[in-house]
Design a binder for this molecule. Structure first.
Ligand code: PMP
Length: 417
């Protein structure tokens, strides 16, 4: 059958509008947001704000030097001379890219070195490293689960975990944040109707700065025959005496967590994602999970070397973790002393939300802080429920106590106004 433009049937409707991006529903809300910013003179320059130098406790921006509480460089390793030098050396040795998917020509020896050291660090048998944490969550969940399975996740789970669940085709159910009684009720009702079940939580939560109750989760996953997957994007390098994450914090063997997901883009001051677990699971993921190593290029030599060097500095200098934890605790104690609402944050995670309430007030307070030299981003609806806007502070080991006091003083003044 030959069907060219002369013989093909004519379209019955004009599809032209559907090729116009401005008919996308988000375009309407994007424009009304921009209009509201202009109409109400809301300052929004701190979004996509370019930094002209390194990410330290302070950064250089077009609006001048700002004290930064919006960075993932938790341990300050991005600028460590050993990390910078290892990154440069890797480019000299391997060139700029991995060159291909790892299975078919893109493997460098540093990939395996990093994986083995990550596995040893987290107390697991093996690990696999890929180009993004987001991608790791999506690929792993989409590969491990299918239509007959169930994903039960905390309702504050990061979007990448949800996206993986959706892609897997598994039934997906959320339980209220840290509400393990409801998790049990869900399992009591639905466990029998599913083959495999993954309970998915974060080690420490990026919106609320609180942590998961691992002892309780282990008990539940054993009782109901589930896999436990923990996204440790924010907890590795920050939780536990030596930064080994959630299991170390609770003084439990890490092998109880079946699937540890992590990112290289936070404490490890690089870019990429990883999964740690038992040898069979890692072998399966390495070989069969689309998007992890399969159909995706290997993580770059520079990113691999940066993460490996950062991991080695972290192991050699656990005092960085102690400093980070001390700063987080100090921030929480002093914020509460000043009457601020920081939810359940207790200084265990390096994330402290100061809950402001009305969205416009959240924006106004963040703008005033920015004008006075402090950069911390407001988080608004729909990322958090309406009118529970918050300014989220990422604490690092680089912050000095005086910088924390100063910031809280400014904030207290703004909240009183
Ligand atoms: N999980 C969580 C909890 C995160 O916060 C993030 C990123 N901020 C990711 C996964 C994705 O990691 P990556 O940035 O490496 O893609």
């Amino acid at each position: 059958l030959v069907c060219d433009s002369k013989t093909a049937p004519a379209p019955r409707v004009d599809y032209g509008r559907m090729t116009d991006f401005s008919t996308m529903p988000d375009w309407v809300s994007y424009q009304s947001m921009q209009n509201a910013f202009q109409r109400d003179k809301i300052f929004a320059d701190y979004y996509f704000l370019p930094r002209s130098g390194r990410m330290e406790a302070e950064i250089d921006t077009p609006q001048g030097r700002k004290l930064l509480f919006s960075g993932y460089n938790y341990l300050g390793l991005a600028n460590d001379p050993r990390v910078v030098e290892a990154t440069q050396r890797a480019v000299q040795i391997y060139g700029s890219h991995a060159g291909a998917a790892r299975m078919v020509g893109g493997e460098i020896d540093a990939h395996r070195e990093l994986e083995q050291e990550l596995a040893e660090f987290t107390g697991h048998e093996d690990a696999v490293v890929c180009v993004s944490g987001y991608g790791a969550n999506v690929s792993v969940l989409a590969y491990l689960l299918g239509k007959k399975d169930l994903l039960v996740h905390d309702n504050l789970m990061h979007n990448s975990g949800i996206a993986g669940g959706v892609q897997s085709g598994a039934r997906r159910m959320a339980f209220p944040h840290n509400d393990y009684d409801t998790l049990e009720r869900i399992l009591a009702e639905h466990r029998d109707h599913a083959d495999r079940v993954i309970i998915l939580v974060e080690g420490s939560y990026s919106m609320d700065g609180d942590i998961a109750d691992l002892p309780r989760l282990l008990e539940i996953k054993r009782r109901w025959g589930c896999w436990l997957m923990v996204d440790e994007a924010h907890s590795i390098g920050t939780l536990g005496e030596t930064g080994r994450g959630l299991a170390e914090h609770w003084s439990l063997p890490s092998s109880g967590i079946d699937i540890v997901m992590g990112t290289l883009s936070k404490s490890f001051s690089s870019c990429g994602g990883f999964i740690c677990g038992g040898k069979p699971m890692i072998a399966l993921l390495r070989t069969y999970a689309p998007g992890l190593l399969l159909y995706s290029t290997g993580i770059s030599p520079a990113n691999t070397a940066a993460a490996l060097a950062a991991l080695r500095v972290l192991k050699a200098e656990p005092e960085r973790v102690a400093r980070l934890q001390e700063n987080s605790r100090m921030f929480c104690v002093e914020a509460r002393d000043r009457g601020m609402d920081i939810g359940d944050a207790a200084g265990l995670a390096p994330i402290v939300p100061v809950i402001i309430g009305h969205d416009m007030k959240g924006l106004r307070v963040a703008s005033r802080l920015f004008e006075q030299g402090v950069l911390a981003h407001p988080i608004l609806y729909p990322v958090v429920p309406r009118d529970s806007s918050r300014i989220r502070f990422f604490i690092t080991a680089m912050h000095e106590p005086a910088q924390i006091h100063h910031t809280l003083d400014l904030l207290q003044k703004e909240l009183a106004d």
